[in-house]
Design a protein around this ligand. Sequence first.
Ligand code: NAP
Length: 531
Amino acid sequence: MIVTMTYLTVPIAAANADEAKSQIKTALTAGAEMLELRTDYLENLTVEMVVDLIAKAKSAYKKPIPIIVTCRDHAQGGANEYPENLRIEVLSAAIGAGAEFVDLEYENFFSIANQEKIRRALSQNPKSRLILSAHNFEGKFPNITKLYRHILTLYSAAIPKLVYTANHINDCFEAFDLLHQSSGERIILCMGRAGLISRIIAKKLGSLVTFASLDNESATAPGQITIEQLKKTFSSDSINSETVLYGVLGSMVYNSASPAAHNACFAKAELNKLYLPLLVEGGENEFDEFMRNVRVRSWLNFAGFSVTIPHKANALNYVRQSGGVVEPLTEKIGAANTLTLDTAQITNSGPQISAYNTDYIGAMDAIISKLKIDKSDLKDLSVAVLGAGGVARAIVAGLTDAGAKVCIYNRTVEKAEKLAEEFGCDFAGLKELESLDAKLVVNCTSIGMEPDVDATPLPQEYIKKDMTIFDTVYNPFETLLLKQAKEAGAKTIDGFTMFVEQAAEQFKLFTGSQTEPKLIEKTVIKQRSSK
Ligand code: NAP
């Protein structure tokens, strides 16, 4: 396969020449490798304005970078409604003015008159290349491969550009397949939040271009990421065809701290690995389909996942059903938050898959390190666990495994009873917290989490000086429960320490080596403070 260079391209979508000049300067400073002049955004568009803009863009930097000139048809997402003959004139003039690429909707190339004008301009400047594009804002193309071939039949020297909305992450795999099966210069991307990963891994799969916006407000297509995010969080300069992929799977991964944290650790260890936010909406069926899609395409090099809400139980079921390996305590917990794929061991369903739960390891490490004790010191310790959901299961499993005496308090008492029965503990309703007499109290409810930061699961008067209060909630870093515990003179363990420890444990499962928890801590704090 011929490896195509991928240009990190910033669209310049300005209403006038001054605005465009300022956007060009910002894009070049931010590290754009190509500019797309979206001339359909210019008000009172004329051919002269475009020629002048190309000259400005070419002289804006010591080393000129390639330019795409686009005058998008309003019917295909263009900003202003300009007549077809003006749009064709603009592109022809752009070719004459030295634009490396012009982008024309392939449907508008059907017209013989348009073809003649564009072909004539191209023959006068053979260095300029024609991108023939098709966009589908609704969803997948009926047959993307046929469309790709059709464009090349229309004009064999064209660069086909096929961009469609992925309504689900599973829709992206058609785009990845076409990139994998074709060679040469082509641009294949998915729009929408579910299509975000296609923009990040475009460089791995060899799309000629990936687009990034200057900021969240100036995106010219749904799901476009900013150049800063692409460069900093996803280290786009280091991505290549060999890059091994990881990611967090869940329904609310857009603002997850995990990509920044894991990518910082990969970069520090100088590993050619990339961690992605993988928006897997829906339930078990969609989750299973995603896993199948990934495992049959070993060339994508996916090697591991963090799993979050709502797929932790789905992840475990999938691994069980596809004959994978489940770590014993993860089996007992009934939920997995980490999956690894071993490409050296290929089974009928793809690389060997294994399931782990680092939530319990992270929680146990947080307790042991903050209290400066050994696991054996937890034997017979009286512990109150507030909550009976997913995190409570993991922590109850870890604590009972270490021999602690656990009582589970939950709003829905039946759930506490069921969990207590499974792990041989006591249970109670939240009202009984009045007579709380535990040495360690662990909040596994979501009470106190953003935006309800003034709420606490445990009234302050129940907190005693000789207690240790552990709040698994880590957004905010210091919850009201932890503030009140400190005021009462109790020891505290914060949920962020658990988050950091579980992420470090995942890094170990992904790479076989240790990372510095301090690096994860620093990266997440920096990311949060920049929001
Ligand atoms: P979950 O399965 O949905 O369980 C939520 C628990 O909170 C249930 O026991 C629920 O009680 C209880 N609850 C929720 N709202 C309540 C209210 N208003 N009053 C009383 N009880 C309430 O969620 P999860 O996955 O276990 O996550 C729980 C929390 O753990 C998250 O909010 C997150 O902050 C934290 N967490 C931390 C980490 C970390 O690394 N630090 C990792 C994962 C999660 P019912 O059973 O009565 O509904």
